[in-house]
Design a protein around this ligand. Structure first.
Ligand code: CUA
Length: 433
């Protein structure tokens, strides 16, 4: 009954599932038995004619019954306790030969470092049939590292190391989640777990061609590579148009004005500071939304980015390297509203950066309850948020500005989202009451 858990991909997964199913089955059995008996008696002994009392027989107790309903539940509880304990001990006891990988959680990505010095972001690669121990910490807030198919989940805590371990028993690609709300892009804090055959893993973990390529690049090429790889591209354009953050086009050598009226030249120091401590200089009209990249970029990386920004004088077209692909989502089996949610949540589309689903004001209005409501616009007029309005707001964000919000939404969805995509998003919005 109720066999709902995902594929079992680790050697202790069956024990975790067993404990889970034992508790579920017992709960279902006793709920049905107790509620069923209650209903049966309620009907059997209902008042049949008004004013007529039933005399209840006086019952003095029954030792056999008392004994049975004490001893049976006690034995069941001990058994349930044992089943849970058995699975827990397996989950927390790391075999001494486990392969260790360091994991760092940060807003909003997972970084992995292997013994060979290999580093990845958003992709955890492990060998099959080998125990793997993840030594985890966080640079900012609480996160929770969750791999459903492995049946492991553990909090990741700033200033402290925690661990999980598992032994994969099948190869393949699996989803990793952050399971603890950690801010705006919590839902986008995903990673992919790749379980490879042992020989293939060994080859991968010792393969540094990509790293060597990056190390021997000209600084400006490295900067361009990082612009895409570290997803600066999500918020900063190269063509002068504003997005969540200011464009990098013709940025170097301009002057930044601080709120107190003092001026700051946009030079190497300004860019380096803005990468490491983004709140130091907030460009007027833009939100204080950028996280620090201190843990992710080396001095050499930052110098590369500075070199890249210096070349952006608007005179030449920049050819960007291909963006890394996120985990593939199979949309074919989804309902329109589910597809809309997937499009909304895709970090590449940026919706989640500025629009909440729970009514919280971010850079843009929350999508909760918008569909069908009356929306007050900045020019004082009012519109009904129907299909046409939402479509227009996506394709021409500046056409109808909502009261209290700046013209910050990037004009980038024309050609990026199809009519079909927009219909799906509208269906999704209809579910957000
Ligand atoms: Cu990290 Cu939620």
């Amino acid at each position: 009954m109720f066999r709902y858990l995902p594929e079992q991909a680790s050697d202790f997964a069956h024990k975790v599932d067993y404990a889970n199913y034992v508790v579920t089955d017992l709960s279902v059995f006793f709920t049905v038995a107790i509620v069923g008996t209650m209903l049966y008696f309620a009907i059997k002994y209902r008042q049949k004619a008004p004013g007529v009392d039933h005399e209840t027989p006086r019952i003095e107790g029954n030792n056999a019954l008392e004994f049975l309903w004490t001893i049976i539940p006690t034995l069941i509880c001990i058994w349930v306790g044992y089943v849970g304990y058995d699975a827990f001990i397996d989950q927390r006891t790391v075999p001494p030969n486990a392969y260790e990988i360091n994991v760092v959680g940060r807003k909003w990505a997972w970084d992995f470092e292997y013994k060979t010095g290999k580093k990845t972001t958003g992709e955890l690669v492990v060998p099959v049939d080998e125990p793997v121990k993840l030594v985890m910490t966080s640079t900012d807030v609480l996160h929770s590292f969750f791999i459903p198919v492995m049946r492991t989940k553990h909090d990741v805590i700033p200033g402290r190391y925690t661990y999980v371990w598992f032994k994969p028993i099948i190869t393949g690609d699996f989803q990793v989640f952050c399971a603890e709300y950690c801010g705006n892009l919590h839902s986008g804090m995903l990673a992919r777990l790749k379980v490879l055959p042992k020989a293939e893993f060994e080859r991968w973990v010792n393969d540094f061609t990509e790293e060597t390529k990056l190390a021997s690049m000209r600084p400006v090429d490295l900067g361009k590579e990082l612009y895409v790889k570290k997803q600066c591209v999500t918020c900063h354009t190269l063509d002068g148009s504003p997005r969540v953050g200011p464009s990098w086009n013709k940025l170097f050598g301009t002057t930044h004005e601080n709120p107190d009226g003092t001026k700051q030249l946009v030079d190497e120091n300004y860019i380096s500071d803005s990468i490491l401590t983004p709140a130091k200089y907030i460009v007027p009209g833009f939100p204080n939304a950028m996280p620090s990249y201190a843990e992710q970029l080396s001095r050499k990386d930052i110098e590369g980015i500075i070199a890249f920004i210096k070349t952006l004088d608007g005179t030449q077209k920049v050819d960007l390297p291909a963006a890394p692909k996120g985990p593939a989502v199979d949309m074919s089996k989804m309902s329109p509203a589910e597809r809309g949610k997937a499009i909304f949540s895709d970090t590449g589309n940026l919706c989640v950066t500025c629009h909440s689903l729970d009514g919280t004001k971010l850079v843009g209005p929350s999508l909760k309850g918008v569909y069908g409501s009356k929306v007050k616009l900045a020019d004082g007029s009012e519109v009904t948020a129907d299909d046409a309005y939402i479509k227009e707001s996506i394709l021409q964000p500046q056409a109808k500005l909502v009261e209290g919000y700046g013209p910050l939404m990037p004009n980038m969805f024309q050609g990026k989202l199809t009519d079909e995509n927009i219909k799906d998003i509208i269906e999704f919005m209809k579910t957000l009451k």
